[in-house]
Ligand binder design. Structure first.
Ligand code: DON
Length: 587
């Protein structure tokens, strides 16, 4: 497809989306941005920060944070704790914690060395560009979000094995054992988790006929305090404990996985499992008001977007304007709109598509993007497109946890099945959920995915290609030293939540806990609305922004940021997001 034709198609699709004013092409179970659609933002967000002298783990589940802190206390480093927390989340937080999904890591060592590990799922070898379209070229509803075809090849186990081989200190078995034990003994559900499982009950029955996993034996609804025992998963975790990579991608687990795929019309083969490898990548680096930002490169769109937005915002006096004020919000929304328009055109797997990262991050390019900015008026997305000359400047349901260990190693890891409980398919006999990450590809140019994100050529499906992500695991340095470790779930809102959290600390002088608790807002170019939480803006600010041409949609909770802040005396502030059961554990 030639470029101008592609652009025309994309803009036509955009216009039709805008004029229809709808949010999501395939309406998934309620709010796709929150793991639990019951998770509405309470009016006052509060949770106490946790302080530590030397080490901290912040994750979406108290038990996972505890497992991580115990590993650190036993002399493990942040990489050991990462393996243990990732696997613990697969057991205690099945809505997003996983071995059937993937994720992204950005890490920093005490000497300033950094690395990124991309364990994003890959399209199966038998995948094809139009696999989610019918013969007339229309998107088949739910095919990329539910059921067996929705999954990419999982990356989690391979990444944990590689991470441990390169940087781990404690024996592998010691890191996997806690999840074996918890799966076998059972985990007590919180209200949110019970509600989450109850909400997807119909899908679970539809995609897992005859299997009882995640349904209560007596067919009643889950409630807080119920015990979830996962013996099949315990056995999978034992195989991973004993055989490492081969415990998942070969042998019994692989057989069960491939049999499940066959039963449900999936397209995985053993070749896919053999070929999958997590990839070491070099993090992106940028600067904001004297702080250094270390973040995820493609196939995440998050890092590029974050650095673009910070760079565009740097010339505006956000501190003076204040948090969530009319001026700050208008400026940030306009910056977000422009960055997400670029995302739709230029971002995809860099191993398959030449992502013009350098151009997208160049200062003159970003200045040119803000040339149309009007401080008094919203730029309608229908009048805006991606930056045309970027190559001229060229010379590139989810959960997050943050860890800092006593020697100063820092890990920022975001991991996902995509939607809540992924494709809703549980591998028979293995008891784990599969991802529905194929929906993060652009299944058709201009057709919005479950987060309303659009894309084109850069993010089209190809065998073994990785789908574009918004996940933005990030580390911030101050004066060359570790300062913040943060990230969040939330689909396309991930990048703007990370942006806001950084700005809350850097511009608005907040503590980590305040930065995380502050109400959020999000604009992603298309649809042309500002997504907000209840109480993000005062009534006056909201009306003033409406007069400038912005419209709002309250989508409940936005993101769950898990942040660690290094205080001037080198002690740590662990800030777990009050929007969920998230918890920090430090010492
Ligand atoms: O990688 C991505 O951008 C998405 N799969 C993330 C999905 C997500 O954050 C859902 N959770 N709220």
């Amino acid at each position: 497809m030639n470029t101008s034709y592609r652009r025309r198609r994309l803009s036509l699709a955009l216009l039709s989306i805008i004029s229809q004013g709808f949010l999501f092409a395939q309406q998934p179970e309620k709010n796709p941005f929150s793991q639990n659609s019951t998770a509405h933002a309470p009016h006052i967000l509060s949770k106490e920060a946790v302080y530590g002298h030397k080490a901290m783990v912040v994750s979406a589940h108290p038990m996972a944070s505890r497992v991580g802190a115990e590993i650190l206390q036993r002399g493990g480093n942040a990489f050991d704790a990462t393996v243990a927390v990732q696997f613990a989340l697969a057991v205690v937080y099945p809505v997003a914690g996983n071995i059937g999904g993937g994720g992204l890591i950005v890490a920093r060592m005490p000497d300033g060395k950094t690395f990124a590990l991309d364990f994003r799922e890959a399209a199966p070898i038998l995948a094809s560009r139009d696999m989610f379209l019918d013969s007339a070229g229309n998107v088949i509803p739910a095919l990329s979000t539910h059921g067996h075809k929705a999954s990419g090849i999982p990356g989690t186990v391979d990444a944990m094995v590689q991470l441990h081989k390169k940087y781990g200190k404690l024996p592998w078995k010691a890191l996997v054992q806690p999840s074996v034990d918890i799966a076998r003994k059972g985990v007590f559900l919180t209200t949110r988790e019970a509600d989450g499982l109850n909400e997807v009950r119909e899908s679970l029955e539809q995609y897992n006929p005859g299997k009882s996993y995640f349904l209560k034996a007596d067919k009643t609804r889950w409630k807080a305090g119920d015990k979830l025992v996962q013996e099949d998963l315990a056995q999978v975790m034992e195989r991973i404990r004993d055989k490492g990579r081969d415990g998942f991608y070969k042998g019994k687990t692989a057989e069960l996985l491939l049999a499940e795929m066959k039963r449900g019309g999936g397209i995985f083969t053993q070749k896919d499992l053999d070929a999958y490898t997590a990839k070491w990548r070099t993090p992106l680096r940028g600067a904001y008001r004297g702080y250094d930002i270390i973040t995820m490169p493609p196939p995440s769109a998050g890092g590029v977007g974050l650095l673009q937005m910070l760079s565009m915002l740097e010339t505006y006096p956000l501190k003076e304007w204040g948090v969530n004020s009319e001026k700050t919000a208008h400026c940030m929304i306009e910056v977000e709109r422009r960055s997400y328009a670029d995302r739709a055109e230029y971002l995809g797997d860099p191993d398959f598509y030449n992502v013009p990262v350098k151009g997208l991050l160049s200062k003159p390019y970003l200045a040119s993007r803000m040339a149309s900015y009007n401080p008094d008026k919203a730029t309608p997305s229908s009048e805006l497109t991606f930056g045309k000359d970027v190559r001229k400047y060229e010379s590139d349901q989810t959960t997050h946890f943050s860890i800092v260990d006593p020697s100063g190693n820092a890990v920022s890891l975001t991991t996902t099945l995509n939607g809540a409980y992924g494709s809703k398919v549980v591998i028979g006999g293995a008891g784990f959920f599969m991802n529905n990450e194929m929906d993060d590809f652009s299944v058709k140019p201009g057709a919005p995915n479950m987060f309303g994100a659009i894309g084109g050529e850069a993010n089209a499906i190809q065998p073994r290609k990785r789908m574009l992500s918004s996940m933005t695991p990030t580390i911030v340095e101050k004066d060359g030293k570790l300062f913040l470790v943060l990230g969040t779930p939330g689909g396309t809102t991930i990048t703007t939540s990370v942006l806001q959290a950084i700005i809350n600390v850097v511009d608005h002088n907040m503590t980590a806990q305040q930065a995380v608790a502050t109400r959020r807002f999000h604009h992603q170019y298309v649809p042309d609305i500002v997504r907000i939480e209840s109480g993000t803006f005062s009534a006056e600010v909201e009306s003033a922004l409406q007069r400038k041409g912005h419209s709002f949609r309250n989508i409940g909770a936005i993101g769950k940021v898990e942040m660690i802040l290094v205080r001037p005396d080198t002690s740590l502030e662990g800030a777990a997001d009050p929007r969920g059961d998230d918890s920090a554990a430090g010492f």
